[in-house]
Write a protein that binds this ligand. Sequence first.
Ligand code: NAI
Ligand code: MG
Length: 369
Amino acid sequence: MASNRKVMVLPGDGIGREVMQANMKIIDWLAKYRSLGFDLSEGLVGGAAYDAHGTPLTDETLADSMSADAVLFGAVGGPQYDDLAFELKPERGLLRLRKEMDLYANLRPAIVFPALVDASSLKPDLVSGLDIMILRELCGGSYFAEPRGIDVREDGSKLGYDTNAYSTPEIERIGRVGFDLARKRNGRLTSVEKSNVMHSGVLWREVMIRLHGEEGEGVELSHMYADNCAMQLVRAPKQFDVIVTDNLFGDLLSDCAAMLTGSLGMLPSASLGDIDPDTGIPAAMYEPVHGSAPDIAGKGLANPLAQFMSFSMMLRYSFGQAEEADLLEQAVSDALAVKRTGDIMTPGCEQTGTDGMTAAVIDAMDRLA
Ligand code: NAI
Ligand code: MG
């Protein structure tokens, strides 16, 4: 892998800045004790970029992000930007990055740590040991495909419509990511659509079956209708390993799976694009699922674990550092048994803030190393 691990760091706003600062301590630890170095650059995005440059993402920051091997993102937004024009809103910076980098594969793991089994909305025995991955197509389908709009009809009534269109290449590229992921995990891939009622679903299933024959060696592929998948996720989530699905179903199913794990402050994500033929590394951005949390920003209370686990996904999927990723995830798990931030607090546990939680993870890494 030809790379000196060029990472563009975009902390953003609110607690995005706080959890990113905490993440730097993990990066320092890896440099010191594992000789694992990163070539880091930092930029402004969201409200911070608007304050400095009048736009949520400058062309220069976009270019730097695209030339890096990976982007590590915090969170953007805040009430002070609510009245800005649509195109100037902090979130537009994030959406522009995703679109320009063509990050079509959104990976959302749902992992239940032993210490947090009680935080799930399901009974402990249904979720203990849960570790599934939802892979959502992010650049096509109902949110982007044409035609879409609101028309006024001859009788004066209106018609609002979107199109859930998927082409063969679009399904192939997300399907490939699915087979790769499954191969790196437990070898099981569930492809989710509604081929019983939707043409896009019929093509989706047809392409997945062909791709399985051509490049799916070592992976067990099954198919499920999206409505049944929603039901199965809350009935018996441990039956799944990797789920691959379209943009709309993925939006719903990933939020559903998220609640199995308990807290927003624990959820990481990765968004991947095409593999660079020179480096063998996919275009990639890693970010926690949560936002800038204006209600707790500046108070040192934010849970940094979603950011840490986003970083651990970077180690795994961009840089092939599975051993370090495992170490960090184990340290997160160990730290939860000792200390908790407010969002995941349960009686009997010691409450702490961002710094204390970070220190607990570092301590656990020291012990594991
Ligand atoms: P939010 O995720 O920022 O906060 C929702 C609730 O969860 C709040 O009570 C917050 O304190 C809590 N929370 C979130 N992350 C936490 C963490 N790491 N530790 C402890 N508690 C945590 O969502 P909200 O309030 O809807 O949006 C706030 C701002 O963030 C808005 O401007 C929104 O547009 C933006 N946003 C940005 C996202 C991004 O950058 N990817 C995603 C979601 C929202
Ligand atoms: Mg959603």
